[in-house]
Design a protein around this ligand. Structure first.
Ligand code: 6PG
Length: 250
C-alpha cells in the first residue's frame, strides 16, 4: 500500500538510531518560528527514551521548549504520581529536565472520578490554548503517537466506543484489552494536527506495523491516520519495520 501524499516512513537501525531520527523529526517540526506552539505527547514505554534524548544536548538546544504548550494524547485513570501515569513519565524524562513552566503544562485529569467532567474540562483547556485550524478544530503543531501490538494508538483501542466519536475532542474510553477506563483525544482532534509522528520500536510491533503500512487494515485504529491531511511521519526501528518491503514506497 503506497503511502499517502504527505506520509513518509523513516527506518533507523537499532532503537538508538530510530530514537535520534524521531528527535530530529520533532525538533525540525517545532523549530519553525511561531508565536506559541502546542504539542500532544504519547505515553507508554517507547517515548521515555526519546523524551530523555530531547532533554539533553544537542536537541535541548534546538528549540525554545518553554514557548510550547504541552498536552497528552491520552492518560490512564491513575493519580499523577502513579508509576503508570503518562504525565509522571513525561515530567521525569522531559518537562522537568527542560524546566518548562507549569502554566505551559496541561495535565489530562484522568484521575478525576467524573471522567465525563474531566473530558469536558480538558477539551476546554485545549480550545483555550490551541488555535483552530480547518473546520474550527484546534490544530496541534505536533502530535506524537505510539502504536500498541493490537494497532491501538493513544487510547483508541480496537472495538472501543471512542472510535466512533466524530464531534468531541476528548472522551472517556473503556479499553477492553486493558480492562480499564482511559481518557483519550479523539480522531477529529488528533487528525487535525499539522504534523503527526508515530514512533514505534521493537519486534513486538512488527505485525501491527505490517498490517497498518502494508495491509492498510482499517480495523486497526492507527491505520486511520494514513488519511490525515497534515504531515505524517512514521519513525521505526529495524525490529518494528521487519515486515515492511525493503523499498520505501511500501
Ligand atoms: C499509553 C499510550 C499508548 C501507547 C501504546 C504503545 O497510554 O499507553 O498512549 O497509546 O503509545 O500503547 O505503548 P508502548 O510504547 O508502551 O509499547
Amino acid at each position: 500500500m503506497l503511502p499517502g501524499p504527505r506520509e513518509r516512513v523513516l527506518v533507523g537501525g537499532g532503537p538508538d538510531e530510530a530514537d535520534s531520527l524521531a528527535a530530529e523529526v520533532l525538533t525540525d517540526a517545532l523549530s519553525a518560528p511561531a508565536a506559541s506552539k502546542a504539542v500532544a505527547l504519547a505515553g507508554g514505554a517507547t517515548p521515555a527514551l526519546l523524551y530523555r534524548t530531547l532533554s539533553r544536548p544537542p536537541f535541548r538546544d534546538r528549540i525554545q521548549w518553554r514557548e510550547v504548550h504541552w498536552f497528552w494524547g491520552d492518560e490512564r485513570t491513575v493519580p499523577p504520581d502513579h508509576p503508570d501515569s503518562n504525565y509522571r513519565m513525561t515530567m521525569e524524562a522531559l518537562l522537568n529536565p527542560l524546566d518548562v513552566p507549569t502554566e505551559h503544562i496541561h495535565r489530562m485529569p484522568a484521575d478525576n472520578v467524573d471522567l465525563e467532567a474531566a473530558a469536558r474540562e480538558y477539551e476546554q483547556t485545549i480550545r483555550q490554548y490551541v488555535s483552530p485550524g480547518a473546520g474550527g478544530i484546534p490544530a496541534f503543531d505536533f502530535v506524537l503517537l505510539g502504536v500498541g501490538a493490537d494497532g491501538h494508538t493513544a487510547s483508541l483501542f480496537p472495538g472501543s466506543a471512542a472510535l466512533n466519536e466524530t464531534e468531541r475532542l476528548v472522551v472517556p474510553n473503556y479499553a477492553p484489552s486493558q480492562n480499564a477506563w482511559r481518557l483519550t483525544m479523539t480522531f477529529p482532534l488528533l487528525l487535525a494536527a499539522r504534523h503527526i509522528l508515530f514512533f514505534v520500536t521493537g519486534e513486538a510491533k512488527a505485525q501491527a506495523i505490517g498490517r497498518i503500512l502494508v495491509g492498510n487494515e482499517a480495523n486497526l485504529p492507527a491505520t486511520a491516520f494514513r488519511n490525515a491531511p497534515g504531515q505524517l511521519t512514521w519513525v521505526l526501528d529495524a525490529g518494528a519495520a521487519r515486515l515492511l518491503p525493503a523499498r520505501p514506497g511500501l
